[in-house]
Every structure is written in C-alpha cells, then in structure tokens.
Design a protein around this ligand. Structure first.
Ligand code: SF4
Length: 226
C-alpha cells in the first residue's frame, strides 16, 4: 500500500499543544480526515468530508514533531473526523507510540465498535473518549441520517460493554446541540454503565465560512520542529 492510498493520507492537521483535549494532560492532537457520519452540527466538516482541501502532513512530519516535542507532553490525542474509519489506523497508532513513548487517547463517535475493540485489545490506545450524541431515537437527525436508532443502540451498547470491562480506558461526552432537550440529556446519561458520568459540552454553532480558513491556519509541522 503506498502512502497516498493508506491511512497516512488522512493525516491532515495537528494542534501542537492542547490543555483541554485530554482532561488533566497536556497533549498534542493529530487530526485524521474522513468520517462515517454527517452530523449537521459538525465543527470539523472539512476534516470530516473534504480532507483533500487541507494540508497533508507526512508520516515523517509526524515522527519528526514527536521526536522533538514528546518530552514536553503528557500524551497524544488522535481525533478526526472519525479515526476508526481510517485504513491501517493501528499502524499509525503504533508509530505514534513507538516514537513518542506517550499514552494515546483516541476520540470516537462509537459507531464502529469492532475497530475500537481491536485497537483496545491490541493496546494501541490507552483512553477512548466516545460521543453519546443523544437519545437513540434522535441519532438519525443528529447524524444526518447516517445511523438508525437501532444501529446507534447496538453500537453504543457494545462500547458500554467494553467500558464496563475496562473502566479506566473510557469516558463519554455529549455536546448539547440545539435539537437536544434537557430530558434528552438525562436519557443519554441513563444509558451509561454504573460508575460513568457523561461530560456535557456546550454547543457553539460552526462558522462554516471560516472553518476552512481555520483549518488551514493550523501551522504545518515543519515549522514546529526544533
Ligand atoms: S461524528 Fe464528529 S467529525 Fe463526524 S460528522 Fe459528526 S461531528 Fe463531524
């Protein structure tokens, strides 16, 4: 598989330092383009659907950045888009770990539980931040009709089983988008296994006219290497 047809072609952004993507840790964030959902409230829609518009970071860019900066970080966050849709995701995570020697957190919408389980079982990530977008019956509206209520329930229940078996490796988040009522939030909370809390994030409407420019404004890794 050449680099352009592999998962490395999805490496489309980096935040060199984040204090809010992994609670309690300072981390860098790598963005992998592509998503299996079509959420109308998406804040990262170029990353999700038009990654070709964004600057491509090479595998060497990533490794060079990590070699130089890992000592200043507590961890690495892998986000998207949706990382579980990326081909050879395991290879990317493996190289991030090999080069950085840091713990890895992966964000996910939870709709591809087989892949997430595989990553967990292989020890390729240490923490998973999974979205619970709302009540199952609102998933079609929340995801641009990409997921039925039944599929959302089936997939999230698989994730909850994994979380119950690995309680230190998961936390759950909900963004309170406009179609969600307070009652919906309570319903979503009730899905979680015992001992888990749902972190509620406020919704800020995306500024679609500026989102592309915002993504392009992320500094290329080459500028960051010491
Ligand atoms: S799952 Fe996340 S990245 Fe994908 S479309 Fe929805 S909000 Fe955007």
């Amino acid at each position: 598989m050449n680099e352009l047809s592999s998962g490395w072609n999805h490496l489309r952004g980096i935040e060199p330092l984040s204090l809010c993507d992994w609670p309690g840790k300072s981390c860098c964030v790598f963005f992998l383009g592509g998503c299996n959902l079509n959420c109308p409230t998406c804040h990262n829609f170029d990353m999700a659907w038009n990654m070709e518009r964004l600057h491509l970071l090479s595998r060497e860019d990533m490794k060079s950045f990590l070699r130089n900066r890992a000592k200043w970080l507590d961890g690495v966050t892998i986000t998207g888009g949706e990382p579980t849709t990326v081909p050879n995701l395991g290879e990317i995570l493996y190289e991030v770990r090999q080069v950085s020697k840091l713990p890895i957190k992966m964000d996910s919408n939870g709709m591809l539980p087989d892949i997430l389980e595989d990553i967990l079982q292989q020890g390729l990530a240490d923490m998973f931040a999974v979205d619970v977008k709302g009540p199952y019956e609102k998933y079609p509206a929340l995801t641009g009709q990409a997921v039925t209520a039944e599929a959302a329930q089936k997939n999230l229940e698989r994730i909850f089983e994994l979380a119950e078996a690995n309680p230190k490796a998961f936390y759950f988040r909900l963004t309170k988008v406009p179609i969600l009522t307070d009652e919906d939030v309570e319903t979503a909370k009730s899905y979680l296994p015992d001992g888990f809390e749902l972190t509620i994030q406020n919704y800020i409407p995306p500024r679609r006219d500026h989102a592309h420019a915002d993504n392009e404004a992320r500094r290329p890794v080459g500028d960051l290497v010491d």
